[in-house]
Design a protein around this ligand. Structure first.
Ligand code: C2E
Ligand code: MG
Ligand code: MG
Ligand code: MG
Length: 286
């Protein structure tokens, strides 16, 4: 009956919680002992302008190859690294690794790099990023820093000041996972943004949920009116590409074009991509 049932549920919850905490602990211990210089890896996923048939940028997506725990995704280890106060050295290592291949790309192709919530409120962020950018020799104009709405909340004024300073040194700013945070529209005009990234949840539901399609259309119009570029995340099918184009969104990212790939695969990907674009007149899945 109801009572036993609710006890059972409580027990399940506490087992889940226990497992989650143990896993969290393992990750934290692992990160503390890790040789982050070699174990942190950067994969790259293209942002494709479908109308122009070209790659606009690659987004750097981190992986941790732990010799003990296997490959861990950023969804798991970034949050742990933030709480354990390990995020700053990690961000520096990741940015240096992400910048390393950029000079080999055609100049029009930029780099997108994710900043965590802790990064974005650090008063030392811009000085640290600027040093790494200078060492890399990459023009700051080619670099876009991605931040989520949620990451800005805890100290909006510091976050805003950092974003403005990143703009001053020449970098660009994207608002990531747009529509999933505390989407206060006042953020959008108070921050020095260049690009909005429509969250995957809207892309994946836009064909079946009419209101999602309307929301995507509204986000596209809003970015146009504000002079921002707009990127749809999580594009997995030709039907989604067609619908996004019909809604006025030409730049997209997702498994339909490519999964995040190792840096060594980028040259081959770009060759195949330009062949495909030349062959069909527009870009198609490469
Ligand atoms: P994000 O920046 O919104 O990145 C998009 C995520 O969606 C990535 O997951 C990507 O692999 C995944 N994705 C891309 N296309 C598709 C698709 O078509 N379908 C599906 N199902 N997924 C797709 P990933 O690599 O696990 O990264 C998760 C999040 O972790 C990122 O979300 C970003 O917020 C954070 N992250 C990744 N790399 C870094 C980093 O170097 N530093 C920091 N601070 N955060 C990072
Ligand atoms: Mg991102
Ligand atoms: Mg996103
Ligand atoms: Mg995300």
């Amino acid at each position: 009956h109801a009572k036993a049932n609710s006890r059972g549920t409580t027990l399940l919850f506490s087992q889940d919680l226990d497992r989650t905490l143990k896993r969290r602990d393992l990750i934290e211990q692992g990160l503390r002992q890790a040789d982050l210089d070699t174990e942190l890896i950067v994969l790259m996923q293209p942002l494709v302008n479908v109308a122009q048939g070209r790659v606009v940028a690659f987004e750097a997506l981190a992986r941790w190859h732990s010799p003990h725990l296997g490959t861990i995704s950023p969804g798991e280890f970034i949050a742990v690294a933030e709480v354990a106060d390990l995020i700053q050295p990690m961000t520096e290592i990741l940015l240096a690794k992400a910048l390393a291949p950029v000079s080999d790309w055609p100049y029009e192709i930029g780099l997108s790099f994710n900043l965590s919530a802790r990064d974005i409120i650090s008063p030392h962020l811009v000085r640290r990023m600027a040093r790494i950018i200078t060492e890399s020799g990459v023009a700051p104009e080619r670099i876009t820093f991605e931040v989520t709405e949620t990451a800005l909340i805890s100290d909006f004024d510091q976050a805003k000041a950092n974003l403005e300073d990143l703009k001053t040194i020449g970098c660009r700013i994207a608002l990531d996972d747009f529509g999933t945070g505390f989407s206060s529209l006042s953020y959008v005009h108070r921050l020095p943004l260049d690009r909005l990234k429509i969250d995957r949840s809207f892309t994946s539901e836009m064909e079946t949920v009419p209101v999602c399609r309307d929301i995507v259309g509204t986000m596209v119009l809003m970015s146009r009116n504000l002079g921002l570029s707009c990127v749809a995340e999580g594009v997995e099918s030709a039907a989604q590409v067609a619908l996004l184009r019909a809604l006025g969104c030409d730049t997209m990212q997702g498994y339909f074009f490519a999964k995040p790939m190792p840096i060594e695969h980028l040259a081959g990907f770009l060759d195949g991509f330009s062949d495909a674009a030349a062959g069909s007149g527009t870009a198609c899945a490469a």
